[in-house]
Design a protein around this ligand. Sequence first.
Ligand code: ADP
Length: 246
Amino acid sequence: MSALLEVSGVSVTFDGFRAINNLSFEIGPAELRAIIGPNGAGKTTFMDIVTGKTKPDEGRVFWGEASRNLLKLSEARIAQEGIGRKFQRPTVFEDQTVRDNLMMAVKNKRSPFPVLFWKPKFRDNARVEELASEIGLADALSRKSGELSHGQKQWLEIGMLLAQEPRLLLVDEPAAGMTLAEREHTTDLLKEAAKTRAVVVVEHDMEFVRRLDCKVTVLHEGSVLAEGTLDHVTKNQQVIDVYLGR
Ligand code: ADP
């Protein structure tokens, strides 16, 4: 299986400080991956690189079947390529309904040739309903988004990102502030999303990562410290020393 994303020897220096240090790893095309590691390990900077917000000083990032150099593309172009990012705080339009939020995302689906992707309204409605059931908000379509729980707002935002049909979805600490039931639903949702695209989740909540049941990459000082199943990496003495045993 060839990788969807290949990070190769990437380094980023901020004011003489190496935030990312010769980082290399790969993500498969329909893979769910968790990234863990202590504060300052470089998790956010990694996501900034992949979305084009930060350009590294060294290294390459290859993308897609043709292994294109992602670092040559602008942030906007990278989004068009199908890389979506979910920040920690949900940013839905609170005074609009769930349906309106999803409809906006469906209509805005990024495309270099919008006219070729014009679809009649009934198709948009069907897509909105499909997304709402995918994220577990089919019964909440008419509700104002501001009235949703924190977890429901997170799902709505994930739904809005899925409307863009990303090939890679980066999700930053989805479990933060969620109830146990919401966390369980979120793992199901992310697992389902990862059946047809790559999903990379940065998370501190180890129970949440356990439920994701996927390969885990541990970052430390801007490099990969360990990689494998959660059981495998949590037995690694270095991982215990720098992250788990604190
Ligand atoms: P994480 O998300 O794992 O907590 P970050 O990627 O946010 O780690 O940060 C990695 C390191 O780089 C930290 O030491 C942080 O202080 C530093 N850093 C991140 N962004 C900047 C910046 N814009 N300028 C200077 N230092 C930065």
